[in-house]
Design a protein around this ligand. Structure first.
Ligand code: PLP
Length: 475
């Protein structure tokens, strides 16, 4: 048999792909004609000295895509009704042309790789988990709410109409919720639903920052915001912290945007004092700078009265408030929200529309019920009691096993605590003693603090937390 196609064993392209490409290119180049019989898989595998399975897989793909036809009892043929037309004159490259390297955008060039986290091994105490305890979330109830809307939802919920800012009942529920629980000043028209607060921060950069603009970020601070700022080409000005929050004297005059986490600074856990909140509002106002208030885990405060949001302290004309359901519900939900000053609403809504039209609606509808029926606040109250006990267990164990060699920072709040240890190399030693820790190094932009670690306590039971600290002390 004359071998109709060739394969190259030294090439990086798998043989199956080469056989498929050989036939497809031959057909499109006019070398094989419609209706011609093609060798059987057995004949071709003998001729090319490759396995039958390899040839069969390539043939199956050619049949599925319409390049080959099979006639039972007669064999396989070049299809008479090809999915693509052969090129007139048969001028098609024999194989794929040599690929030229793709040039990436400057934006892509500025994207930083995320440190991959392998899954935790069994037997390891994971003190690096910052998320909520998923085992405590009422998923059955959530399922019921989703089903309710799947069953009864009007078609409009699934149609392509203008849902850019979000599902109206949810906008109303969120406006009411942040007003009563966080003293945020807003109307439902100022709420914009996003895919988690990470998208909220991305939209802030798109709408408020040009490449080369100065922006002020807390140092240490949330790396997700720093990475976004880098990607958008902003000039980052790190701002140090005092016990009251960001140091006003460090704020650069030309900053377009100041990003803060006032209720529980990420990662130090310090709460910004009310005086400092007022100072920063006063600082931003005459400069036309926008304050981004990321209130990512404000619902969890374990002592003292709740601190009102910074947004509600002034006239809120230049504060963009960011909230999320990732921590009070579950991170996979990917629903967060922005409370935007009226003057900025239109550009934010346009940017959201251009990015992804709107956030998924079925979950928004279920979430509106979750809030309206009081489930969210009930769940938060229950988690607050649970996480408080867990935090106390962690702090107690640190005091018992480390004494003055471990210093937890920040307020009794949130889902993690930053701890300064006097011992060196604790990270490496922890691993050997089956404890997973995450260093706070990557949160610092200037001046590292090598013996600081972020200890998450919300998702880990009290016994495991104590055991983890005990193992660390032995390390
Ligand atoms: C301070 C802070 N802001 C924002 C986010 C983004 O969270 P999400 O997009 O899940 O709402 C995180 C997540 O870790 C965070 O720690």
């Amino acid at each position: 048999m004359r071998v109709p196609i060739l394969v190259d064993r030294s090439a990086a392209v798998p043989l199956q792909r080469q056989i498929y490409d050989g036939w497809r290119h031959g057909i499109l180049a006019g070398r094989f004609r419609r209706g011609d019989r093609v060798p059987s898989t057995r004949e071709l595998c003998d001729a090319l000295a490759v396995s039958r399975a390899t040839v069969s897989a390539a043939y199956e793909q050619l049949i599925a895509e319409g390049y080959f036809d099979t006639l039972p009892g007669s064999g396989t043929f070049i299809s008479r009704d090809l999915p693509d037309q052969p090129v007139a004159g048969g001028r098609v490259a024999r194989g794929p042309a040599r690929a030229r390297e793709v040039r990436l955008s400057q934006y892509a060039g500025r994207l930083e790789p995320d440190a991959a986290r392998p899954p935790s091994r069994s037997g390891v105490v994971d003190l690096s988990a910052f998320g909520p305890d998923l085992g405590e979330f009422p998923f059955r109830l959530w399922q019921r709410l989703l089903m309710r809307h799947l069953r009864d939802a009007p078609r409009a919920l699934f149609a392509r109409v203008d849902h850019t800012r979000g599902h109206t009942p949810l906008l109303q529920e969120i406006a009411a919720y942040v007003s009563r629980s966080r003293a945020v000043r807003c109307h439902a028209e100022q709420v914009l639903i996003v895919n988690g607060s990470q998208q909220a921060l991305d939209l802030c950069m798109r709408v408020l920052v040009d490449p080369g603009d100065e922006i002020a970020l807390e140092d240490p601070g949330y790396p997700g915001t720093r990475q976004l700022a880098v990607a958008h080409g902003a000039r980052i000005r790190p701002v140090g912290l005092t016990r009251d929050g960001v140091r006003i004297a460090d704020l650069p005059d030309a900053a377009r945007l100041v990003y803060v986490t006032p209720s529980h600074q990420f990662p130090t856990g310090v709460s910004m004092s009310v005086t400092r909140r007022l100072e920063i509002i006063e600082w931003a106002r005459p400069r036309g700078a926008v304050i981004i208030e990321d209130d990512y885990d404000s619902e969890y405060r374990y002592s003292g009265p709740p601190l009102p949001a910074l947004q509600g302290l002034g006239d809120a004309l230049n504060v963009v408030y960011v909230g999320t359901f990732s921590n009070v519900m579950f991170p996979g939900l990917r629903i967060g929200y922005l409370i935007v000053p009226r003057a900025l609403l239109e550009p934010f809504a346009r940017a959201k529309w251009l990015t992804d039209r709107h956030t998924t609606l079925l979950e928004q509808a279920a979430l509106a019920d979750f809030l309206r029926e009081g489930h969210l606040e009930r769940h938060i109250r229950r988690m607050r009691r649970l996480y408080k006990r867990r935090r106390e267990a962690l702090i107690g164990a640190l005091a018992k096993y480390f004494g003055r060699d471990a210093r937890p920072c920040g307020d009794a709040a949130g889902m993690h605590t930053l701890v300064q240890f006097t011992r060196k190399d604790l990270g490496v030693r922890a691993e050997r003693h089956a404890v997973r820790l995450v260093s706070a190094d990557s949160y610092y932009m200037s001046g590292r603090s090598p013996n600081e670690f972020m200890l998450g306590f919300a998702a880990t039971g009290e016994r495991a937390l104590v055991e983890g600290v005990k193992r660390l002390a032995r390390a």
